[in-house]
Design a protein around this ligand. Sequence first.
Ligand code: VAH
Length: 314
Amino acid sequence: KVLVIGAAGQIGTELVQLLVDKFGQDAVIASDIKEDAPSALKAYNYMPLNVLDGESLTNIVKEHNVTEVYLLAALLSATAEQQPKFAWQLNMEGLFNVLDLAKDGLIKKVFWPSSIAVFGPTTPKNNTPQHTIMEPSTVYGISKQAGEQWCNYYFEKYGVDVRSIRYPGLISYTALPGGGTTDYAVDIFYHAKKYGKYTSFVNAETRLPMMYMNDAVRATVELMEAPAEKIKIRNSYNLAGISFTPEDLTNEIRKHIPSFEIDYEVDFRQEIADTWPDAINDERAQKEWGWKQQYDLKKLTSLMLEKVDTDAID
Ligand code: VAH
C-alpha cells in the first residue's frame, strides 16, 4: 500500500487521485493532520496522522502493510518565516520519522519533495545547474537543503530508496494556496475570474520557475516508478517548469479576459522571491528518467481560468 502524508495540501489532493488511478482505490491511504477527512479527500481511504507522532506512523505502516510513503507534510516558505522553529521541527522530524521506517526495513520507497527554495541569492539565477552554490536564506529553503542532504545520507549509508524533486512553484485549482511565495500565480486566477482584477504581492518583473500541477504529480510518480539504477541523484532532482513574471501571466490572462487589471503591493514575500532562480536546468531528469514537460503557460492559463472555483474565495 501507498501512504500519502499531508495529502490535504496543494500537491496531495492531486497526487492521491493519480495514485488511485494507477494502483486502485484500496492501494492508497490518504492522511493528514485533521481528524476527519477534509472535503477534498472524502472519496479516498483517509486516516488522521500527525507525522511527528512516530508511534502512530509506525502503527499505520504495520497495520496496513504500507510499502511506499509520499511525505508531503510541511510548512511552505511564507508560513515558515512566521514560525521558524515549528517549520524546522515539522519539515525535519517528519522526514526523519519516515526515513527511519525505511532504514528499519518497514517500507521500501520514500518520496520527499524539495523545492527551488534550496537555491539562494548567490545561486546562478539563469539555467540554474543541478549541482551549484546553495545558500538558502529562508527557513523553508534551509530545511529543504538539509533534508536533501539527509535523503542522500540515508541512501548512501543505509541503502534507503528515497527519491526527491526540487519543485518549482506549483499551480493548481483543486486546493487553495497554502502559504507559498509562488502562490500569487494561483491567487491571480481566482481573482481574475471573480473580480477581473488582482493585487499581486510579487512585483511585475519577478521571473520564477513554475509548473502546472498535472506535470508535477506525473513527474513524481514517474520518478518513483523509474528503475532504481536509473536514479543517479539522491539528494533531489532539478525540474525546470515554465519561467514567467506576473507581467507575462497578466498578458496571457488578458487573452481570455481583455479587461483584466493588475496592481502591485509587494510584501515580505518579494524578498523571498528575490532569492530564488529565474530559470532552472533539468537536463539530468530528462536524461536519467525521461522527464518531459507537457503544460506551457498558454495551456496552464486556459485550464486554470476554466477550472478555478470562484466560490472558494471571498
Ligand atoms: C512556496 N510553493 O512558495 C512553494 C514552493 C518554490 C516555492 O516551494 O513556498
